[in-house]
Write a protein that binds this ligand. Structure first.
Ligand code: PEP
Length: 260
């Protein structure tokens, strides 16, 4: 695992407009050229701006290996009469090679259940996407000490039907551990909790795969910023970060990317 690159992902969510997001990506590219961070970087823009951001990357001659693009969400259906939905294959037209599945806002605001998430994971991997599955407990579950139970359920239900697709290539799936209560709140999980839960996820993935160990990347997400990134990213089994709020500030985001 140590020889793998860290992945730092920017989840822009439903923020900004064409003007502000073009300014954000231009600023970030300028800083990226100066700082040259060694990690892999992923930008997850609102879907309607994928082409705009792709064109900015092309314009500045940034290879998709240095800064990748991904979808914040995909449909659980391949194609058809599903008004308002976006198929995983459509996102590939804009060079997306990552898809986020099961983000806590999808689970809790849009009521996506384990069954839907499992379908999305399978579709996404089948179509060749590096698929980031988000898992994490609510504050009530945390207080009741149910974190591990919840995470194991989320991992099993999302992954068991797709194990055949990533068993021989662990890079196809990435897990993001994001405690729901830490997202957008300014509260991060303690370093001890992150260490403990990431180790638990790593071991659970081996069990799901039926093997001794694995190379599946595990990102931490939940109020990561330029000040706490370095400590979080130095923990064992933390292979990157999923960043929301701080990714909307190019200086903060480049500082997170270069804190490894
Ligand atoms: C997220 O959206 O996945 C996230 C972690 O957001 P924030 O960094 O703002 O907590």
């Amino acid at each position: 695992m140590n020889n793998q690159k860290y992945l730092i992902a920017a989840n822009w969510k439903q923020n900004g407009d064409a003007k502000t997001l073009i300014r954000l990506i231009n600023d970030f590219i300028r800083l990226h050229k100066k700082v040259k961070p060694v990690c892999d970087i992923l930008i997850l823009p609102p879907a309607i701006y994928l082409e705009t951001i792709l064109n900015r990357l092309k314009h500045h001659k940034i290879s998709r290996k240095r800064i990748s693009l991904g979808a914040q969400n995909i449909s659980s259906y391949e194609n058809g009469a599903y008004t308002g939905e976006l198929s995983v294959d459509m996102t590939k037209d804009y060079n997306c090679n990552y898809a986020l599945v099961g983000h806590s806002e999808r689970r809790h605001v849009f009521n996506e259940d384990d069954k839907i998430i499992s379908k999305k994971v399978r579709l996404s991997i089948e179509s060749g996407m590096q698929t980031i599955l988000c898992v994490g407990e609510t504050i009530i579950e945390y207080d009741k000490k149910l974190t591990k139970k919840v995470i194991l359920r989320q991992l099993k239900s999302a992954l068991v039907k797709s194990v055949d697709l990533f068993k021989s290539d662990h890079s196809k799936i990435i897990i993001a551990y994001e405690p729901v209560w830490a997202i957008g709140t300014g509260k991060t999980a303690s370093l001890d909790d992150i260490r403990d839960i990431h180790s638990y996820i790593h071991n659970s993935l081996s069990k799901i795969l039926g093997i001794k160990t694995n190379n599946i990347k595990i990102l931490y997400g939940g109020s990561v910023n330029d000040l706490n990134a370095s400590l979080i990213l130095s923990l064992p089994n933390v292979n990157g970060a999923l960043v929301g709020g701080a990714s909307l500030n190019s200086k903060k985001f480049i500082d997170i990317c270069s804190s490894i």
